[in-house]
Design a protein around this ligand. Sequence first.
Ligand code: GDP
Ligand code: IMO
Ligand code: MG
Length: 432
Amino acid sequence: MASVVVIVGTQWGDEGKGKVVDLYAEEADIIARFQGGNNAGHTLVVNGEQTILHVIPSGILHDNKTCIVGNGVVVDPKVLIEEIDSLKRRGFFPINTKLYISENAHIIMPYHRRLDSARESRKGSKKVGTTGRGIGPCYEDKIARVGIRLCDLIDDEIFREKLKTNVEEKNFFLTDFFKEEPVDEQAIYDEYRRYADRLRPYAADTSIIINREMEKGRKILFEGAQGCHLDIDHGTFPFVTSSNTVAGNACCGAGVGPTKINSVVGICKAYTTRVGGGPFVTELTDDIGKRIQETGKEFGATTGRKRRCGWLDMVLVRKSIRVSGVTGLAITKLDVLTGIEKLKICVGYKIDDKKFTESVPSNLKTLAMCQPVYEEMEGWVEDISNARKIEELPTNAGRYVERIEELGGIKVFLVSVGAGRDETITVKNPFG
Ligand code: GDP
Ligand code: IMO
Ligand code: MG
């Protein structure tokens, strides 16, 4: 019986991972984030009340769980502390649920945010459209082996020394290269000392916690952030985030072996969205795109930016299934397509007469030349938000789901027909 499940986005993020993780968390013992940071915005709607999580795993609303922020996550301590405080204030941090932060997780510093925005401004029209949260610069410092981890932050001596070295270098970039104001080392020290005191009780060797629980046969849920096509290696580089978002990174980002993963659920919106810059073959700039944006309330959960919308692109989804070893799909926001007369699914790309269905060209000039090859399907007008079984969907909605299964060569585990926890059709339980 499978007991370790990884949840990943199969598009450009915001597929509804938060909703699905919250739903599966009911059955899980441990819910762990393994990459990304507060660039993520995961929305949960429980009893009509909305909670948006940026750092804390989406299992937090359930009692008796262990929530883990793994070593692969970059942590903005201010955001994390605010999130903890806000959940507690609202009575949404159940008393028997524990939160641990990996002592190896890297800490986002004020100079990371400053460098993020300075770099974006300099790029002008070529900017990535980052969330401005300092994610890229923080991961850069990790790879450059100069970053500050949680275990460094909570050790005063180490923190002071590392901060000094980093501020010296970052201020050189900020003032000499970007012609901006420097950051103030003492002010950062004072601010981050307070954060250290707040976060010390949560710091732990989270790999040990997870592996111990695995040995006891407990159920573990790994919550990916972003989506496959924002992956630093497999996404539409450079219009990507700075971490590996694919399922394999659950192992590196949480400290577990690949042999332990039993199932990978790929979250796939019934259409496609993207926030920020970068190629988008099936983007709709017409009234249908506007309608999907409005009906789907497609605004960024982190930055509030309007999300670009387009038809479902199965070339992207197929690639995600391949690189993440997805075992089942969760189709979300099917209800948003209700009332659109003719639906389109992109089944391949073409450049002149050459058609391809498997690969997404890496060369951005080639990708920009790609035209979508569409298959048209009849839509439905019936309200589907009350459907709780596949058989309760109107024929054409059922066909749409079936076609995704055929084109993806994979089974659908779940169909989401509304933002609420209960607005869900469960076909197969990924825990077995
Ligand atoms: P995530 O980043 O993948 O967790 O997704 P976001 O939370 O950023 O965006 C998904 C949005 O869609 C949130 O506002 C969810 O509440 C909402 N949502 C999730 N599933 C459904 C669904 O099936 N139907 C509708 N209408 N909204 C949904
Ligand atoms: P969730 O987990 C959608 C996008 C940004 C930008 C690019 C790089 O909610 O699905 P970054 O700040 O990470 O350096 O920005 O990645 N991006 C997301 N888009 N959902 C997300 O997270 C995202 N996290 C980052 O818009 O294009
Ligand atoms: Mg989101």
